[in-house]
Design a protein around this ligand. Structure first.
Ligand SMILES: NC(=O)c1ccc[n+]([C@@H]2O[C@H](COP(=O)([O-])OP(=O)(O)OC[C@H]3O[C@@H](n4cnc5c(N)ncnc54)[C@H](OP(=O)(O)O)[C@@H]3O)[C@@H](O)[C@H]2O)c1
Length: 316
């Protein structure tokens, strides 16, 4: 599996990130361990979790994913071989919301405990908190970096202008800065006028992509397989346009003998070959190991230049 450099974060990661949101809830431990083993064996190292996955699952607390990963890491004894990204800031059963210093410090220690490790490679602000001064948030993250509990920080579900503000605060005070962006992003654009349930769920648009590219901030797009909607259109979330752009994807998938999901992964990996597009590391998950095996193979796939352009600039 190919590796890429997150230079500003000082991390070397596989060009594919494995999502573990449903580990320990929808995906039972045996299957999750199998998926993790396969990923590691193939050379994958970039694993995504959060302090609140998956608290919305019936009967779940939100500790399930991190706890399962901690068990796997200690049984497998492979902490030094993987890059663990986790997050803070979302509500979990009425606790944990926000990016105050208190929340960040408390949940970092909780994540370290559950993951059975003494450092987090990439610690994301899971969502913005406009009620806490940015200075307080950035100083809290910086203290974690200085203590060695966190190697780098990232921002997820942030407006671009808020990333800029955080960047200025960090630069003025010589603090750690967000070096990676995790955002909802896939091949299909959201319908014009679509209002998402959470405002931050808006897809990263061209303005965002350009900002990231120019500031050397990699994009880790989540829900990049549109929840399985490319291979089963009945699962496509309502916000996505289903016009000629989708037809173009389906046409090339058939031509190349790939599943549409696999082609989306190849397209995302190839983004930084285009002007004004950031280094992009797709983040996805599956409850079915055969789907994941197919997806992992896309790490080394080189998408033809012409097809890359035709897919990228296909109109609806
Ligand atoms: N930062 C955030 O706010 C945020 C939000 C959401 C998610 N995330 C992260 O992103 C990860 C993935 O997100 P997601 O689950 O929302 O979206 P996703 O990866 O776009 O969609 C997952 C679905 O795609 C299907 N799939 C995967 N490979 C496939 C293939 N080759 N063929 C057909 N279907 C395929 C899977 O269905 P099957 O199960 O049937 O295979 C799975 O249910 C999460 O685990 C989490 O780590 C972050």
């Amino acid at each position: 599996m190919k590796k890429v450099e997150f230079k500003r974060a000082g991390l070397t990661v596989s060009n594919i990130c494995l999502g573990t949101m449903m580990y320990g809830t929808q995906v039972p431990e045996k299957d999750a361990f199998e998926q993790l083993d396969i990923f590691l064996d193939l050379g994958g190292n970039f694993i995504d979790t959060s302090n609140n996955y998956a608290h919305w699952w019936p009967g779940a607390s939100g500790d399930e994913s991190e706890t399962l990963l901690g068990k796997w890491l200690s049984e497998k004894k492979c902490r030094d071989k993987v890059v663990i990204a986790t997050k803070v800031g979302f509500d979990r059963h009425g606790e944990g919301a926000g990016l105050s210093a208190k929340q960040i410090e408390y949940w970092c220690d909780e994540s370290l405990r559950k993951l059975k490790t003494d450092y987090i490679d990439l610690y994301y602000a899971h969502t913005d908190d406009m009620n806490t001064p940015i200075e307080e948030t950035m100083e809290a993250f910086d203290r974690l970096v200085k203590k060695g509990k966190v190697r780098s920080i990232g921002a997820s579900n942030f407006y671009t202008w808020r990333m800029c503000e955080a960047k200025h605060v960090a630069a003025n005070r010589s603090l750690a800065d967000y070096t990676v962006n995790q955002a909802c992003y896939t091949y299909l654009p959201a319908k014009g006028g679509y209002v998402p349930r959470h405002e931050f769920n808006l897809d990263a648009g061209t303005e965002r992509l350009r900002y990231l590219a120019q500031n050397d901030i990699p994009l880790v797009p989540y829900s990049c397989l549109a929840k399985g909607g490319y291979d089963d259109l009945s699962r496509l979330p309502v916000q996505y346009e289903t016009g000629k752009r989708l037809d173009t994807l389906l046409y090339y998938a058939k031509e190349l003998g790939l599943s549409p999901s696999a082609l989306v992964i190849a397209w995302l990996i190839a983004q930084d070959r285009l002007p004004d597009r950031p280094l992009t590391v797709p983040l996805f998950s599956s409850s079915r190991t055969e789907h994941l095996k197919e997806n992992f193979l896309m790490s080394d796939y080189i998408l033809d230049d012409e097809i890359l352009k035709n897919l990228t600039y296909a109109k609806n």
